[in-house]
Design a protein around this ligand. Sequence first.
Ligand SMILES: C[S@@+](CC[C@H](N)C(=O)[O-])C[C@H]1O[C@@H](n2cnc3c(N)ncnc32)[C@H](O)[C@@H]1O
Length: 185
Amino acid sequence: MWGYSIKDYATLCEDSLASSSEGWVLDLACGSLAFTAEIYANCSNRPVVFLDQSLKLLRKGKSRLEKLKGNISENMFFLHADALQLPFKANIFHTVISLNLLHCLCLDDVKTALKEIKRVLTDGGNSAITTLVQSSRWSNRYLNMLAGSGALISRSPDELLSAFNDMEMQVTQEIKGNLAFIKYG
Ligand SMILES: C[S@@+](CC[C@H](N)C(=O)[O-])C[C@H]1O[C@@H](n2cnc3c(N)ncnc32)[C@H](O)[C@@H]1O
């Protein structure tokens, strides 16, 4: 409906995990791991922190992973925390993956989240981010309807890019339908 395939999330996640053979990974606002649990289930070489502000969704994600693997392996950690105030020192994650958080945040909070991502990433680290954005597709009407009901924030790809620019983050952005795929680092 949004003009992309949910397989794109798995591909993004797989590529991000493969971007380095070692180093900590942060899945920021992981939710219930609806699109990525199978990829994480096969990740044994890198420690992964799954972080979300919703305990309910974290528990759902954990049990999804548990069902796939039979247990939660020692390299997986679930953390109830705020993306706008990450409880980590600077420069510790080689990879930050954040799927569909930014369209839940107002512009000031987007910038705070980006500042936090930048802060916790190591030099040479990388981040992969997706978020819904406006497009010229018919689905844009649905996006705006959801925005009108307060379920998400509708913004243009340019508005999004300028938030990254404001945080001095040089990124590449690919748009598929209503989804922006952003790479940093
Ligand atoms: C649209 S869901 C995306 C979940 C998952 N990444 C996915 O793509 O399936 C947005 C997620 O962001 C989380 N979230 C929103 N604001 C947050 C914040 N300030 N700190 C941490 N998580 C937050 C919500 O709890 C929810 O799990």
